[in-house]
Design a protein around this ligand. Structure first.
Ligand SMILES: [Zn+2]
Length: 505
């Protein structure tokens, strides 16, 4: 989920340097797993890339009001999966929203959980089409929507399974690759499926980070409407404020319009704009109308620290004025008072809290919707354990009501959604996953981690996440610059192959 050439990518280099020298460490990974992993990379690297190139061609974003079962892009994507599975000699089942690709017929099973849908991509932000695998713009990187989240991992899992099949390993457990078609938009059909069907006894989700994720923050959405009012005044006022693209993306774009502006206001704001790092402001004064656009950096909203959120930064640029409460001005005052440039909601009444293992709750404005009578602010929260949803909801209501009263603001709280965090302590295969990770990366004594994102792990028994992103590396899914490095793609093939052998043998 991030942007052009970040320093985070540099951080990942030492990890790979270690990886090259680490095989000698050999922590509890069987010979047969290691041998199969080597075979996979040697034999199928190019086929895996070709598979991914085909999978990213389908714009499998959810279309509101259309079931994934009726969406032509989803249908075509599943047909492609079927073709690939059958070519590899893997079995294929289509359950509508859920596709299962399997190997072996043992009664016990190991599930590998992925998703085939994607988040929207804004083509104007991409060097080439987000739906063509771009391997040339930035050598060493495979760029396209879904490369990291989650079509890259699907391609990797397919060739890990194919390699295991080629080696004719005797499997005591059947391998099942689950591909869910609405992970980004609607967990309902999967929840219904897991109630009616017997699931694999142990599962790994390959839709997050290494080494092993045993806790995920709860996802939440706060929605507040700022009702519009006419302004008849010669004083400067904000007539428009917009920003954001979709709810789980830290937005890089925001724009505002100030009426009755003059050159002195313009100069004051341009001077202040020089104080910010990582965000670019553009100013246009036409007669008395000043338009300001902000360009920050997009990121996954579960990792707000990896982005620069254009909405609060643009509001902060305007923070030296108390704006007229006409809707857009009310919104700017609200953001400055309650959100600011911090990421943890520390100015927002008493809502802020944190957990020692899971970290702080994060509070990020992500989308501003323009309605006829109001402007709607959508705030994305990611919360750890430590507070009940009920308590948090009450604190949010109090903070908004207090601010509303104090500012005589015409705002309306809309329905909030506050999800629960997920903690998985009992999965029996955590040590196996940590051993494989340590063996192939050379990172000693890796420990389970907690993430801000939510995966389908919580719907499967004994499920934990295992990759595909390295700890400390920038996560690019949901950003307008999504890619997986060739190095990571190859390393994932080895690690997923080895893990499948270890869990199924
Ligand atoms: Zn994902």
């Amino acid at each position: 989920m991030l942007n052009k050439k970040s320093i985070f990518n540099l951080i990942s280099i030492p990890l790979f340097t270690i990886a090259l020298t680490s095989s000698a460490l050999a922590v509890n990974v069987s010979n047969i797993a290691d041998k199969t992993a080597d075979y996979a990379l040697k034999t199928y690297k190019n086929d895996m890339i070709a598979s991914l190139a085909k999978l990213v061609k389908y714009n499998t974003v959810a279309v509101e009001g259309t079931s994934a079962n009726d969406n032509p892009e989803h249908i075509a994507f599943k047909a492609e999966l079927k073709k690939q599975a059958e070519t590899l000699g893997l079995d294929f089942q289509d359950h509508g929203y859920i596709v299962i690709i399997g190997l072996g017929d043992a009664k016990e099973r190991v599930g590998i959980i992925t998703h085939g849908d994607i988040q929207p991509a804004n083509p104007s932000k991409w060097e080439k089409s987000p739906f063509e695998l771009d391997m040339t713009s930035e050598p060493g990187r495979l760029i396209a929507r879904g490369t990291e989240d989650d079509k890259g991992p699907i391609a990797t899992a397919l060739y890990a399974m194919k390699s295991i099949k080629d080696q004719k390993l005797k499997l005591n457990k059947r391998l099942e690759l689950y591909i869910y078609m609405a992970e980004e938009s609607d967990w309902g059909p999967l929840e219904a499926y897991v109630k009616e069907n017997e699931l694999p006894q142990i599962n790994i989700t390959i839709d997050a980070e290494y080494p092993v994720v045993t806790a995920e923050k709860g996802y939440g959405t706060l929605k507040i409407a700022f009702n519009k009012q006419e302004v008849n005044s010669i004083e400067p006022h904000i007539s428009h404020f917009e920003g954001g693209y979709f709810g789980s993306q830290i937005p890089e774009d925001a724009k505002t319009i100030i009426e009755n502006a003059d050159v002195s206001l313009l100069q004051r704001l341009m001077n202040k704009a020089k104080d910010y790092a990582g965000i670019a402001f553009d100013f246009q004064l036409e007669s008395t109308r000043l338009t300001i656009t902000a360009l920050g950096k997009s990121a996954h909203s579960s990792k707000p620290e990896e982005g620069i959120n254009a909405i609060p930064y643009l509001a902060n640029l305007l923070a030296d004025t108390r704006w007229k409460s006409n809707g857009a001005g009310t919104l700017v005052n609200f953001i400055n008072d309650n959100i600011g440039l911090g990421l943890e909601g520390k100015k927002f009444g008493n809502i802020a809290y944190h957990d020692d293992f899971m970290g702080p709750m994060t509070v990020s404005p992500t989308v501003i919707k323009q309605n006829k009578n109001n402007i709607e602010l959508n705030i994305n929260i990611r919360r750890p354990i430590g507070k009940s949803a009920k308590q948090l909801r009450a604190e949010i209501n109090t903070a908004i009501a207090t601010w509303k009263l104090k500012n005589m603001a015409d705002i309306t709280e809309l329905a909030h959604y506050i999800g629960d965090p997920f903690v998985q302590n009992s999965a029996p295969h955590i040590d196996t996953l940590l051993s494989v990770f340590s063996h192939y990366t050379g990172i000693k004594n890796p420990q389970p981690i907690s993430i801000g994102g939510g995966t389908n792990s919580r719907l499967f028994p004994n499920a934990v996440s295992f990759g595909p992103s390295m700890p400390g590396a920038e996560y690019t899914g949901h950003s307008e610059h999504e890619f997986i490095t060739m190095e990571q793609f190859e390393l994932n093939l080895k690690m997923y192959t080895a893990v499948m052998v270890e869990l199924a043998k």
